[in-house]
Design a protein around this ligand. Structure first.
Ligand SMILES: [Mn+2]
Length: 282
């Protein structure tokens, strides 16, 4: 298996960040299938598009700002290994960067990390709130399924634009803050970034469903919704959040078989690099 091009150590012990692929879509109800192909595809595209060969040597197209971090790519794991492996990762205070797979994987990651970290501030980038409570343990009920491990007052959802009524009722009931693409349009990206940073606690977990981004930038997702974030705004927010420091991040729902010229996998690779390089920088 190829490693993501941002990985620079084979030694788990010395790494600060750990990349883990979870190629599983067994709890998705989406009509589009294929998110299980994303971890390997994103790694492959990272090596093709984010590196350059100069006189026989490979160099990375690194982000413009920030510094390199020690990154280890653990390869792919099965869904039923999450508790064991993420227990080990969080016990050693390493920061997991997970690549799905369907979004329900986030439930298992947060509920495992919640055994070490209390009051997790969840930053949930998504077109969908995933706050269904009438059905649980699938890709549409993630926020409901992690409620006991997050601090909802310091959590936020970004990019939401197609909630079900049941989800609107839950958002209201729990007083969860929502930032829609129209809010960003109206207030400006810098103001939105500042208000998010002021709201978050010191244990921040970022879950990034690629469908928060507009389908023109990210066509290869399992449930595309028009009128999303542009890629620069999404990454600007991610970087501003990462600068404060995060305990973990995931990038979910990339669906390579519906992509256009691997555009979405390339964006996913760039997002991982920008978060890695920005992390803890301010
Ligand atoms: Mn979604």
């Amino acid at each position: 298996m190829e490693e993501i091009c941002w990985a620079n150590t084979d030694n788990f012990e010395e790494s600060e960040f750990v990349v883990i692929g979870i190629p599983d879509e067994s709890q998705s109800h989406a009509l589009r299938k294929g998110t299980e192909e994303a971890p390997d595809k994103i790694r492959q595209i990272s090596n093709i598009r984010d590196s350059f060969e100069r006189n026989g040597k490979i160099s990375l197209g690194r982000p413009f700002q920030g510094s390199e971090k020690k990154v280890h790519d653990m390869g792919n794991i099965h869904r039923d290994q999450i508790e064991n492996i993420y227990g080990k990762i969080s016990e050693s205070s390493k920061i997991p960067i997970s690549i799905g797979g369907d979004h329900s994987i986030t439930r298992q990651i947060i509920n495992t990390m919640g055994k070490k970290y209390e009051k997790i501030s969840l930053v949930y980038f998504d077109a969908h709130p995933d706050f269904v409570s009438s059905t649980t343990n699938y890709y549409g009920s993630v926020v409901n399924d992690v409620l006991s491990n997050i601090e909802i007052e310091s959590s936020v959802q970004i990019g939401i634009r197609t909630p079900e009524q049941e989800e609107l009722d839950n958002i209201k009931k729990w007083n969860l803050e929502i930032i829609t693409p129209f809010d960003i349009h109206e207030q400006g990206i810098k103001k939105v970034a500042n208000s998010i940073r002021n709201k978050l606690g010191d244990k921040v977990y970022v879950s990034f469903d690629m469908d928060c981004v507009d389908p023109s930038y990210a066509p290869g997702v399992s449930v595309p919704v028009p009128m999303g974030l542009n890629s620069t705004d999404a990454v600007f927010l991610l970087k501003e959040i990462a600068k404060k420091g995060i305990i973990g991040m995931d990038i979910m729902e990339v669906c390579p078989s519906f992509d256009v010229k691997d555009r979405t996998s390339h964006l996913a690779s760039r997002i991982i690099s920008e978060v890695l390089y920005s992390s803890g920088e301010a």
